[in-house]
Design a protein around this ligand. Structure first.
Ligand code: E4P
Length: 231
């Protein structure tokens, strides 16, 4: 499963890239509002950090506006994916941008039927919102499972991107459900890295090493260069 970072914060994206786990980025108007500045600049910077897909979301509500914003975003960098909300206008915009060769991510998907239609219209990514469905006492991950099954059964040319991820368990469940991608806030990515037993174990190794050092100092690394074995 590919991992995208769900943020518009440049430093968070740089950090995940350094960790070697970043496959792409999703942004939306709410995430961009937290950083401010120019959306175009933020998107250009993100696209320089990752060669993976970077979702840029339209705010227009009519097809003409969605097309104008989508075509504008697509010119910013080759890895931009235009994010368009599910709906009658959204489907039409997805179909027309797809005809232009522009990749799209259909967002705000809350049922597998919505995802099926978005895939038919040509969306390259389908974003079911897991956490927001859980919030209203539904099983958000079930939509991911159903969409993955539909994609596999019918060989649809699209990827299921589990979005609105709220906790580390969602990431495990998305991976087991066969989601092609999950997009995750940095806080949850950090929670995935850390474990109290890892911290405890690291501390214990250090303490044991220091205790032995006090009794009889030892070197962890030899000074002599290591001869490379001939193959
Ligand atoms: C990503 O593409 C979505 O916009 C994002 O995951 C939504 O998450 P939220 O429900 O926590 O706002």
């Amino acid at each position: 499963m590919k991992i995208f970072l769900d943020t518009a914060e440049i430093e968070e994206i740089r950090t995940a890239a350094r960790w070697g786990v970043l496959d792409g980025v999703t942004t939306n108007p709410s995430l961009f509002a937290k950083v401010g500045g120019s959306y175009d600049d933020v998107l250009r910077q993100i696209c320089k950090i990752t060669p993976g897909p970077v979702s840029a979301e339209v705010v227009a509500e009519d097809v003409a506006g969605m097309l104008r914003e989508g075509r504008h975003f697509a010119k910013l960098a080759p890895n931009i994916v235009v994010k368009i909300p599910m709906g009658e206008e959204g489907l039409e915009a997805i179909a027309r941008l797809t005809a232009d060769g522009i990749k799209t991510n259909c967002t705000l998907i809350f049922s597998s039927n919505q995802g099926l239609l978005a895939a038919k219209a040509g969306a390259s990514l389908l974003s079911p919102f897991v956490g927001r469905l859980d919030d209203i006492n539904e099983d958000g991950m079930e939509v991911v499972r159903e969409l993955v099954a539909m994609v596999n059964v019918h060989g649809l040319k699209t990827e299921v991107l589990a979005a609105s991820i709220r906790h580390p368990r969602h990431m495990t469940q998305a991976a087991l459900a066969g989601a092609h991608i999950a997009t995750v806030p940095q806080k949850i990515l950090r929670q995935m890295i850390h474990h109290p037993l890892t911290d405890k174990g690291t501390l214990q190794f250090r303490k044991d090493w220091e205790t032995v050092q006090k009794a009889s100092p030892k070197k962890m690394l030899d000074d002599a260069p290591i001869a490379v074995a001939a193959s």
